[in-house]
Design a protein around this ligand. Structure first.
Ligand code: KG4
Ligand code: ZN
Length: 333
């Protein structure tokens, strides 16, 4: 069978990324231009500034991705792009660029759901991984337990009722004076801390999550304690988060008869969470798989992989494709 090259574009938040991926699994290039340094001084992503920077960067990043992959636009077979969920102004930059390329080259256009992309990062790092499986997606905007039925069909088993895990990481970090994004800093500091605080954990009858109570408890502790060790707060918070993630993930595996958990999203880069999940799953005879850190946080290789699988399963987008800020998983806009 002929190789299929997919050019992927991701611009849903503060990374402008373009990648070329072969047959959904082999990364030929994955250029990530991060705006973190620009947004840092505001303590979080400023949507207007993100859009403007995407516009400035997108063509440069497309060119770099093609160059690094040593291919031309002619060699590319499909153009895939994140069209939601995310910041609408930021998404629009990627979607417009992808539509322009698809129109000019007459190549098929495939709109990709950002979360489906995060899950697909695992197809790149685990060449033997095939659906069905259970995935735990933890990022700055999402906390979902998903049953991945096949490459293009997804059922949400549980999700957060309020804050996403990454959002809680970033908020507690900000209050402790750590720079945006706080997740990686909390991860590092926690390694030097002791679990000193018993922060609350939320459980429901179903597989939903809630992290706002935990976040508020951490913020109250920070505000009320005269002296505290940042490291202790970090690891106590990670312990509470991990316990809930472990609990719901094991329930999801048991209820659905699976023995492998596929972790995805920016927070999947967290070393404490990975360790806790891995050891709890091992005790039950289950396994955990996750991508390397560079494929956990936002990148276009995961979008190209997901786009490839949509395409070979008959999914293609019209040139009227639009950015959808609150796109639901499994929904085709
Ligand atoms: O997937 P992602 O890049 O963007 C979204 O789709 O939201 O995730 C970004 C989130 C941020 O909240 C960031 O703080 C968090 O992932 N993150 C981490 C780590 N690395 C990134 N959280 C905890 N530990 C990390 N090592
Ligand atoms: Zn993401």
């Amino acid at each position: 069978m002929k190789d299929i090259l997919c050019l992927g574009i991701e611009s849903s938040c503060d990374e402008t990324s373009v990648a070329v991926v072969k047959n959904g699994r082999e990364v030929l290039s994955n250029i990530i231009s991060s705006q973190i340094d620009i947004h840092k001084k505001y303590g979080g992503v400023v949507p207007e500034i993100a859009s403007r920077n995407h516009i400035e960067n997108i063509n440069i990043v497309i060119k770099e991705a093609l160059e690094e992959a040593k291919v031309t636009l002619n060699d590319v077979d499909i153009i895939a792009v994140t069209y939601g969920p995310g910041l609408v102004g930021a998404l629009l930059v990627g979607v417009s660029a992808a539509k322009g390329l698809a129109y000019a080259t007459k190549k098929p256009l495939v709109g990709v759901h950002h979360i489906e992309g995060h899950i697909a990062a695992n197809y790149i790092s685990h060449l033997d991984l095939e659906p069905p499986f259970i995935s735990l997606v933890v990022s700055g905007g999402h906390t979902h337990l998903i049953r991945v039925n096949n490459y293009t069909s997804f059922d949400i088993l549980g999700q957060t009722r309020d804050d996403a895990v990454g959002e809680a990481f970033d908020k507690i970090a900000r209050v402790m004076g750590l720079e945006y994004p706080g997740g990686p800093k909390v991860d590092k500091l926690a390694k030097e801390g002791k679990i000193t605080y018993k922060f609350p954990r939320s459980y429901f009858d179903n597989l939903d999550f809630s992290f706002s109570g935990l976040k508020t408890a951490v913020l109250n502790t920070i505000n009320n304690e005269k002296e505290y060790k940042v490291e202790d707060i970090c690891v106590s918070f990670e312990e509470a988060v991990s316990e809930v993630l472990v609990h719901n993930s094991i329930r999801a595996l048991e209820q659905n008869g699976f023995n492998r958990l596929v972790l995805a999203g920016g927070v999947a880069a967290n070393s404490y969470i990975k360790e806790k999940l891995e050891s709890a799953l091992k005790e039950k005879g289950y396994t955990l798989c996750y991508p390397p850190n560079v494929l956990c946080t936002d990148n276009a290789a995961m979008i190209a992989s997901s786009g490839y699988y949509s395409y070979i399963n008959g999914i293609e987008s019209e040139l009227s494709l639009n950015a959808i800020a609150n796109l639901k998983i499994g929904e085709r806009g």
